[in-house]
Design a protein around this ligand. Structure first.
Ligand code: MLT
Length: 304
């Protein structure tokens, strides 16, 4: 019998696909053969020497010591694409929220007080204060054309936006998935200079740390909006705050807000909700559970 430990409440729906007669699945287990994890930082945990495989129920693997595990011969399986639709939907929601000043408007309305006449007058004042803009014809740059970036790019095209994409490691498969309307930027700088909106969909690596910095934000078109639903460290937060305050950026949307960012009126901040839908959680759990089963039962390594 194989023993699989789960951390962070991995969806049981996914694990039910594992044959129960050959696996024991629990959150606390002695000498597990494999571990499935969502967001727990495994750099800080002792990884038992009984473990033969690690599953990460999401796309990013920065919470797993992948290099250390490779040295031990332990494959790390992730779930690329399994939560891409969920992330795309939150990126689009944030795009609309930024363009129509929704966070500031919600805050404005919540603070209103008074009788019907006073409310009516305040509402009309809000109407003038929060004039937004529409998306057709505006430019979106998508950095990182993996499963999520491709979905965001294609959805933006359908909204009538002009879309530029850049990914130094773009595979032929991803190029094929891109709607033919997506234009290729020659570099990150080229993409930034062409875009009013920029959405980041690269993993956190040494090469992508502070990829979006003050110089690059300075290249963007007027009323710039940066959307970061990848990892916080990819964007230089101090540069964002200065660009928001200096008027270069209209809004910043992020899924990992810091204390300094969270209260800014033009920051749209969510608590790592990109993949937090019931569907995405199940898809990710099923994808990694299947890979771990294949590995433990047959030694097959798919997508590690
Ligand atoms: C991912 O890496 O897939 C997303 O950030 C979602 C998550 O970590 O759960």
């Amino acid at each position: 019998m194989y023993k699989i430990q789960t951390l962070n409440n991995i969806s049981v729906v996914g694990l039910e696909r594992l044959p129960r007669d050959t696996y024991e699945v629990a959150s606390d287990i002695a000498r597990p053969d494999a571990v499935l994890v969502r967001s727990a930082d495994m750099h800080k945990l002792d990884i038992a020497d009984s473990i033969k495989a690690i599953g990460r129920a999401g796309a990013g693997t920065n919470n797993i010591p992948v290099a250390q595990m490779s040295k031990r011969g332990v494959p790390v399986f992730n779930a690329p694409g399994a939560n891409a639709n969920a992330v795309k939907e939150l990126v689009l929601a944030s795009l609309f929220m930024a363009a129509r000043n929704i966070p500031q408007s919600l805050d404005f309305v919540r603070k209103l007080d008074g009788d019907d006449k006073a409310m009516h007058e305040a509402v009309e004042a809000g109407k003038k204060k929060f004039v937004g803009f529409e998306l057709p014809g505006r430019t979106l740059g998508v950095i990182g054309l993996g499963a999520i970036g491709v979905k965001v790019a294609n959805a933006a095209l359908e909204l009538g936006m002009t879309v530029y994409g850049f990914d130094p490691a773009m595979t032929v498969q991803n190029a094929w998935q891109l709607n033919s309307g997506v234009r290729q930027a020659v570099s990150v700088d080229d993409l930034m200079a062409k875009s009013q909106f920029v959405s980041v969909h690269v993993p956190l690596l040494d090469a992508t740390r502070k990829l979006i910095n003050a110089e690059r934000i300075g290249l963007m078109k007027k009323q710039g909006v940066v959307l970061n639903f990848a990892r916080d460290a990819i964007v230089d937060e101090q540069a964002v705050i200065e660009a928001l305050n200096g008027g270069k950026l209209h809004a910043y949307a992020c899924d990992f807000p810091s204390n300094a960012l969270k209260g800014h009126p033009r920051v749209i901040a969510t608590p790592h909700l990109g993949a937090s839908t019931a569907e995405a959680e199940d898809n990710c759990a099923v994808m990694v559970a299947d890979q771990i089963r294949e590995f433990l039962e047959a030694g097959n390594v798919r997508n590690s």
